[in-house]
Design a protein around this ligand. Structure first.
Ligand SMILES: *Cc1c(COP(=O)(O)O)cnc(C)c1O
Length: 479
């Protein structure tokens, strides 16, 4: 399709303004733009067609099944959009006096209280704008705490190899050395390796639980105990909270700090790079270090106050308020029981799909999974030359979004499925049938799979070039 700039015709407009009936005041020359703003010039129908065409090329959760592992692409109730559209939430400014935004502050406080209850934590910050940003904030909190408690020399963070890739990246960004420890054969943390890794230089552990294989670590209490005894703190990557809401609480498992991906578990729209909300929950010992400002009640009114030993701000003002407000709408509309049911159904759906696919393809682990599971296409790859990518591309032609590919790195030819609780049995049945068809086709017609997809606007882009040298603006702009 043509770019909107390529459709531009000088002078074309989609409005006709009435004749000006007030005196015309000229703007002083020094305040005028020196070069005309280069905006595309189009008629209304051109614009409408442009965006509708773009819309048709996008695949979203409103188009079909979207089992992208480790991303929790659940359906977001449309009513949240109406709630965040209320003028009381929209028509405000972050520099307004606290007493004029009491409803908004109450909403922040309410979300904090409800999520702390769900996590077993003592306080939260909503400043971080994404999951990885929450991790960064959480590790800075650990660093500040250790600095004040004689642990400044502790310079290592332990990260199991089943962790999400952002965990080691975060530890590194915060100036720590990353100590990678291998998983036991069943995908859990190898306790002996952990015992051998901890010591007086341990600042903490970062754990993704359930891990990227969709396994809940059965030794979780032992793990946090080993780290605490060595004098380190425990960080919980809670982006996979969708599996465990209302069943277990990271606070009770011994974790000191956790981030949530409100844009995954708590039904906030995501994809396309944001905006998101990586809320961070902490135990009492870290509360004074929280970034930004906290909602505190004084003389019956909410005020925003900087915690006494705050690490500073990790983002402007109070984070993406309208983004995490949707999380509040979700938490309040489901309630504690509803959140628990959502998690139970997420786990049930994952296991249902896993059992449907299992006779046709190996899974990375035996037994029951949490909210996601990993298939390995290794056998088909060796026998017929069909890769995980070929199967994923084939799924596009079946109207199903591919799962996460080649992740986690510890599984060869990995396909990671996370169906979420918002899919029905019928959708899971139909999608499983389509995927099984592709797995069978690997033996009968591998060539066709190498050519897939054939129904999408773009088939197999050069992913390395797309990632390394993306063209994200109209290149002729300054010409
Ligand atoms: C998605 C995810 C992250 C990163 O979250 P972003 O919002 O993409 O920065 C971190 N850890 C896990 C386990 C995740 O699934």
């Amino acid at each position: 399709m043509k770019l909107i700039f390529e459709r531009s015709v000088p002078g074309r407009r989609c409005y006709i303004l009435p004749k000006c009936d007030v005196p015309f005041e000229d703007i002083p020359d020094d305040m005028k733009r020196q070069k005309a703003l280069r905006l595309p010039e189009l008629s209304e129908v051109d614009i409408s067609r442009h965006y509708t065409t773009l819309n048709k090329q996008v695949f979203g959760v409103n188009c079909g099944f979207y089992p992208l592992g480790s991303c929790t692409m659940k359906y977001n109730p449309a009513v949240h959009e109406e709630i965040v559209g209320f003028p009381g939430f929209q028509a405000i400014h972050p520099l307004q006096p606290d007493h004029t935004v009491q409803g908004c502050l109450k909403a922040i406080e309410l979300l904090k209280v409800r999520l702390c209850e769900l996590l077993g934590m003592d306080s939260m910050t909503f400043q971080p704008a994404a999951g990885a940003h929450g991790e960064f904030t959480g590790i800075l909190l650990i660093k500040a705490y250790l600095r004040d408690h004689g642990g400044e020399a502790r310079d290592k963070i332990i990260v199991p190899d089943s962790a999400h890739g952002t965990n080691p990246a975060t530890a590194n960004m915060c100036g720590y050395k990353v100590v990678n420890i291998p998983s036991a054969p069943d995908g859990s943390v190898d306790l002996d390796a952990l015992r051998a890794a901890v010591g007086p230089d341990t600042a903490g552990l970062m754990l993704t639980n359930p891990n990227t294989l969709g396994m809940f670590d059965k030794n979780i209490l032992e793990i946090t105990n080993i780290v605490h005894e060595a004098g380190g703190l425990c960080y919980y990557d809670g982006a996979n909270m969708n599996a465990i809401m209302g069943t277990v609480r990271p606070g009770d498992m011994g974790f000191d700090v956790i981030h949530l991906n409100l844009h995954k578990t708590f039904s906030t729209p995501h994809g396309g790079g944001g905006p998101g909300s990586g809320a961070v929950g902490v135990k009492e010992i870290l509360v004074d270090y929280l970034p930004g400002k906290d909602t505190v009640k004084e003389n019956g009114e909410f005020v925003l106050k900087e915690p006494p030993k705050s690490i500073g701000s990790v983002r402007s003002f109070n984070g993406n308020f309208l983004v995490y407000l949707r999380a509040l709408a979700y938490v309040l509309s489901l309630g504690g029981k509803g959140l628990h049911e959502a998690s139970q159904n997420a786990v049930l759906n994952a296991n249902y799909l896993r059992v449907l696919l299992k006779p046709h393809c190996r899974t990375s682990n035996e037994g029951i999974c949490m909210h996601e599971f990993v298939l390995t296409i290794e056998d088909l790859h060796k026998k017929y030359g069909v890769s995980a990518s070929d199967i994923a591309k084939g799924m596009l032609d079946c109207g199903v979004h591919p799962p996460t590919m080649y992740f986690p790195l510890i599984v060869d030819e990995a396909l990671m499925f996370e169906p979420t609780e918002t899919e029905t049995k019928e959708v899971l049945d139909e999608s499983a049938e389509a995927i099984i068809g592709l797995l069978k086709q690997a033996a009968t017609d591998p060539e066709a799979l190498h050519k897939a997809p054939v129904t999408t606007p773009v088939g197999r882009p050069d992913e390395v070039t797309a990632a390394r040298s993306p063209i994200i603006r109209y290149m002729d702009f300054d010409a």
